[in-house]
Design a protein around this ligand. Structure first.
Ligand SMILES: CCCCCCCCCCCCC/C=C/C(=O)SCCNC(=O)CCNC(=O)[C@H](O)C(C)(C)COP(=O)(O)OP(=O)(O)OC[C@H]1O[C@@H](n2cnc3c(N)ncnc32)[C@H](O)[C@@H]1OP(=O)(O)O
Length: 309
């Protein structure tokens, strides 16, 4: 548990995050797409090649909707993992959940302004949960492109509540965080995809250089037998499965993405994504085939259904 004398929830809540700028190019979008497995099984798959290559030039490559999560990464830490009032061991940090709202398709390159705020802070006893919200605006037009809410699970940092009620603060509607109930029925679609042993080494080039994903010694301190995959990389695999099987390749119909990381994934493991349709909501669950364990679950909300479904 955290040293209560150094964990001050009022101080954490009062923190004002500085505005940051994030610029990406077509190359960043393509490296990201490869990092989440696009074209990993088939280099000429027309549903996926468009995220990596375009015959008329790189400025025409499309951008995967989960790339949104990359916009906020640098702005959350802004070069430092410290937050006044927050006491935790960064080696025990895990990504708990990601919630993304997309307002318009992303250009192949852009300069963005990120505005970060604290959306939640919870004492779970054995852990503290921190929720950070980032709104990303296109610098040139001032238009809001997307919103990310990242839930960070800080193992060993709980137990900071001053009263008998565990401390819990959040500033957004409950239904946005709720984990979906996985239906008992047969899934509408199932998609199997192998991550590569080098997957995390490739994915980290998109901006998450946490050594938990590359350094065997750090992974061991964190309680894993070897480096684990970034949660957002697994999310990228699962949402690619939804784009392929439900959106019929048209990622622009995705409005909202939500995912909860249930268990770590080791690079090289096979992900099986099961999908169920409930109106315009796709409920999904990803399992690791080798261990037959659910590792990720969530939902994807669509703007409209694909005509062929
Ligand atoms: C300037 C700011 C600095 C500080 C902030 C830094 C920001 C850093 C930004 C960068 C973030 C990205 C870093 C990326 C890291 C990774 O990618 S790590 C890899 C991906 N993640 C994982 O592999 C985690 C997989 N999940 C698990 O291992 C487990 O689910 C868990 C998270 C360890 C929790 O398991 P357990 O301890 O057994 O929890 P429970 O006992 O079941 O539940 C306790 C309560 O916690 C709630 N909860 C459980 N899991 C989650 C979750 N994934 N997300 C959110 N909340 C969770 C659960 O509901 C319980 O609450 P109550 O129901 O209220 O009791």
């Amino acid at each position: 548990m955290a040293d209560n004398s150094r964990f001050d929830h009022d101080l954490v809540l009062a923190h004002k995050f500085p505005e940051t700028t994030f610029t990406y190019t077509e190359r960043d979008a393509a490296v990201y797409a490869l990092g989440v497995g696009a074209c990993g099984r088939n280099a000429i798959d027309s549903d996926e090649l468009k995220y990596v290559y375009h015959e008329n030039g790189q400025q025409f490559v499309q951008v995967l909707p989960t790339f949104a999560a990359i916009f906020s990464l640098g702005s959350l830490t802004n070069g430092s993992m410290d937050l006044p009032g927050l006491q935790y061991d960064p080696r025990l940090l895990l990504h708990g959940q990601q919630y993304i709202q997309i307002y318009k398709p992303f250009p192949s390159s852009a300069s963005l302004i990120n505005k970060v705020s604290l959306a939640g802070l919870h004492d779970k006893g054995k852990a503290a949960i921190l929720e950070l919200e980032t709104k990303s605006y296109e610098k040139q037009s001032g238009e809001l492109l997307c919103m990310n809410r990242s839930t960070i699970y800080l193992r060993g940092a709980g137990g900071f509540s001053n009263s008998s009620h565990p401390y819990s603060y959040s500033n957004y509607p409950v239904n946005q965080a709720a984990a979906p109930k996985i239906p008992k029925s047969q899934p509408f679609a199932v998609f199997e995809d192998c991550t590569q042993p080098s997957q995390a080494l490739l994915y980290r080039l998109s901006g998450d250089y946490n050594p938990l994903h590359s350094d065997p010694m750090i992974a061991e301190v964190a309680g894993f037998s070897r480096p684990i995959l970034h949660g957002l990389c697994s999310l990228g695999f699962a949402v690619r499965a939804v784009i392929k099987c439900i959106c019929r390749g048209d990622a622009n119909i995705i409005k909202t993405i939500s995912g909860r990381f249930l268990l770590h994934v080791y690079p090289g493991e096979t992900l099986i994504t099961e999908m169920w349709l409930e109106g315009l909501r796709v409920i999904y669950q990803a399992k690791v085939k080798e261990r037959n364990r659910a590792v990720l679950s969530g939902f994807v909300d669509l703007r409209h259904m694909t005509p062929s479904l």
